[in-house]
Design a binder for this molecule. Structure first.
Ligand SMILES: Nc1ncnc2c1ncn2[C@@H]1O[C@H](COP(=O)(O)OP(=O)(O)O)[C@@H](O)[C@H]1O
Ligand SMILES: [Mg+2]
Length: 288
């Protein structure tokens, strides 16, 4: 809507996990390197956790791009509200297994056969599970059993599991003990620090065609960082609404008043700013 007004060729704060907008913060770079390393070196179970909106799905999209480029076969589980039967049907569909996809036994046999053949040929096969914190116990248990399949060369199926922090708590429960023990590589995402938030906002604007942007001045970026706690999805939502408000007011530079309006409309909750008066060092005469 506001793209032409600000000179963008595409929407800079699109909400989709689009790898072409990837901002390589150190933690994202590290997480992606870990996922790729874990898959390539057949580590078995790899866990990616992080608060909602920190970039987990974006990392998985980047991993998928890598797997496609390397012609590594993978199946992706997005819908975490699956039953066991639906899970096996989906596996059969994604791996294009030639069997009765509604029969768990047939799917398992065919999958096992395929995995053995691929491993013998030195090829890697991956299962990617997003939103795993929502998965039912029985589906997670099936995933654990699949990830256990191995021959002398190592695990037959590499399993990347991503989910919100509740997943860590879930894995701490006694019934998930076995799965927890099998996780050989862990990575976690958190919000950006102030410098990263600024670089992130500027990089998205540059990707959308506006370099050295002055539309959102640095002091507003700092405030956006504070109010979003550096969570990329919140930064996107705030910036998108901010640009829309600025556009509606035919103003090419965003202001603090606009930001206040936007975050109030979003009902965004963020910690109280510490009062500088209280923080300032006032000599305490009572100690004398
Ligand atoms: N490193 C990054 N580079 C570019 N965009 C990112 C990055 N991390 C997160 N985002 C953006 O933030 C939003 C939320 O990311 P997403 O991967 O969906 O988070 P999660 O899966 O952890 O909830 C998306 O719009 C995505 O494009
Ligand atoms: Mg996600």
């Amino acid at each position: 809507m506001y793209n032409a007004f600000f000179g963008f060729t595409l929407n800079p704060f699109n909400m989709s996990p689009d790898p072409s907008f990837l901002f390589r913060s150190r933690q994202h770079e590290e997480a992606l390197a870990n996922l790729i390393y874990g898959v390539q070196s057949r580590k078995g179970f790899i866990l990616l956790t992080g608060e909602v909106g920190t970039g987990k799905t974006t990392m998985l999209e980047c991993l998928r791009d890598f797997l496609n480029a390397q012609q590594i076969a993978f199946a992706s589980l997005f819908n975490s509200r699956l039953t066991v039967a639906q899970f096996f049907e989906m596996l059969a569909y994604d791996f294009d297994l030639n069997c009765n996809r509604l029969s768990k036994t047939e799917v398992l046999l065919t999958l096992n056969h395929m995995l053995l053949e691929r491993t013998a040929a030195g090829r890697t096969t991956v299962l990617i599970v997003d939103e795993a914190h929502n998965l039912e116990w029985d589906v997670l248990e099936e995933i654990r059993l699949l990830g256990n399949l191995e021959n002398r060369k190592g695990k037959l199926l590499q399993v990347v599991i991503a989910g919100q922090q509740e997943l860590d708590a879930k894995l701490d429960q006694p019934q998930f003990r076995q799965l927890k023990q099998r996780i050989s590589l862990r990575c976690a995402l958190r919000g950006f620090d102030a410098g990263e938030s600024a670089a992130y906002i500027n990089s998205r604007m540059a990707r959308a065609g506006v370099r050295d942007q002055k539309i959102i001045p640095l002091e507003i970026i700092e405030e956006i960082h504070y109010r979003s706690q550096g969570i990329p999805r919140l930064i996107n939502a705030i910036c998108d609404n901010l640009l829309l408000t600025s556009f509606a007011m035919v103003c090419r530079t965003t202001t603090l008043e606009m930001l206040d309006e936007v975050t109030a409309d979003m009902r965004l909750e963020y910690p109280e700013r510490p009062s500088f008066q209280q923080d300032r060092c006032i000599p305490d005469h009572s100690l004398r």
